[in-house]
Ligand binder design. Structure first.
Ligand SMILES: *Cc1c(COP(=O)(O)O)cnc(C)c1O
Length: 393
């Protein structure tokens, strides 16, 4: 019995007991509200990619443990993709590692590179797995807050510079950024790169939304900037780009030494995953760019539909330059606490959103913001917008 008197969940994970997504999704089910909380598409990706997975399954490709670093077809396709899109050259054998989604890549990178006591700088609000993985690695998270300014959440480069100490091991970047929709500009990334070089820091960069950018925003991988290739672990994923979030195919591109380090942790997490889907995503990555153009055009229309609808309902809207989330300020509606607002929203208006305060250490900085996902079918978004008019802003 003595063992049961202490909390079951260990101290490192105690603060990560339940995620906001579980609470809000349960609320959506209970109330029948439209769930714009969790960020997964409500339709599947392209038929030809699904067929490629079926073919791989039928042909017995990937049904047994695939090679630890990933199947050669996918590693080559990832390397070709980085070269074709960004002029970044990676050796598919030594510098590409396939992971169980970006989630495993993030976990493996942090577990491999962070020593207990090391500080890890992360942009706040942060993607929820970052905080938990930093904790699992025994690191200390040091948030740098993206601050709203002129319709965009902005990285304050002085604040970033001030956050670096002698114990800083790495900067964990995310661009395009979830949840704010900010796409870091080339100039901002150049400043981050300069700092990383000057202070000899590693950069782990989560670029799962690399293809989901709008208007004149440009996705720049920080690995492509001077002095950065040798200190950057770049993380990609097929889930968001191709609308197959259940397949869990992600990847890392980095120098041989960094790739080997990440693989050392990864081999004891899942060892390998997603066998047949790796072959299918290898084909997806070789689709003509027109496929991505179509995807972007579709998402852009949905972004505009939801952003305009939220503005019409009285929110102050941060129209995102990338990702499939829009962040809105609830203060024009007379509210200040996003968590209370989101708990009440299903009853009030039949829609579920996520309060972004839960992705901040400085909760006050995030209190009035809520996040809506627009990766949903048009009629779903139209219905959500019409329901939100009930807020009477
Ligand atoms: C969805 C998401 C991930 C997880 O990607 P998977 O490939 O599904 O594991 C990682 N980072 C960010 C910012 C995300 O939004």
């Amino acid at each position: 019995m003595a063992a049961m008197t202490r909390p079951l969940l260990n101290r490192r994970l105690a603060e990560f007991g339940t995620t906001i997504f579980a609470e809000m999704s349960a609320l959506a089910v209970r109330t029948g509200a439209i769930n714009l909380g969790q960020g997964f598409p409500d339709t599947d990706g392209p038929e030809e990619i699904r067929e490629a997975a079926v073919r791989a399954l039928r042909d017995g490709r990937g049904n047994q443990y695939p090679p630890g670093p990933g199947v050669p077809e996918l590693r080559s396709a990832v390397a070709e993709h980085q070269l074709r899109r960004y002029g970044l050259e990676y050796d598919p054998d030594a510098e590409v590692l396939v992971t169980a989604g970006a989630t495993e890549a993030i976990a493996a990178a942090l577990l491999a590179l962070v020593e207990p006591g090391d500080e890890v700088i992360a942009l706040e609000p942060y993607y929820d797995s970052y905080a938990a993985c930093i904790a699992m690695a025994g690191g200390t998270r040091v948030p740098v807050t993206l601050r709203p300014s002129e319709g965009r959440f902005v990285l304050d480069l002085d604040e970033l510079r001030a956050a670096v100490t002698d114990r800083t091991r790495l900067i964990l970047l995310n661009t395009p950024h979830n949840p704010t929709g900010t796409v870091l500009t080339r100039a901002e990334l150049a400043a981050v790169a300069e700092l990383a070089v000057e202070r000899d820091l590693l950069v782990v960069t989560d670029e799962v939304y690399e293809h989901l950018v709008f208007d004149d925003a440009e996705h720049v991988p920080i690995a492509s900037l001077p002095g950065m290739r040798e200190r950057t672990v770049t993380i990609g994923s097929a889930g968001k780009t191709y609308s197959f979030t259940g397949w869990k195919v992600g990847w890392v591109t980095a120098t041989p030494a960094l790739t080997t380090a990440v693989r050392s942790a990864k081999q004891y997490l899942t060892f390998v995953a997603s066998g047949p889907f790796q072959y299918a995503i290898a084909e997806a990555l070789r689709l003509p760019d027109s496929f991505l153009d179509g995807l972007r055009a579709d998402l852009l229309a949905k972004r505009n539909l939801l952003s305009d609808g939220l503005a019409g309902a009285g929110f102050d809207v941060y129209r995102p330059a990338g990702t499939y989330f829009v962040t809105a300020d609830i203060r024009p509606l007379g509210a200040t606490d996003g968590i209370a607002f989101c708990r009440a929203l299903p009853e009030r208006a039949g829609v579920v959103a996520i309060p972004t305060a839960v992705f901040y250490d400085h909760r006050d900085a995030g209190a009035p913001f809520v996040r809506f996902a627009f990766c949903k079918e048009r009629p779903v978004l139209e219905e959500a917008v019409s329901r939100l008019k009930a807020l009477g802003g």
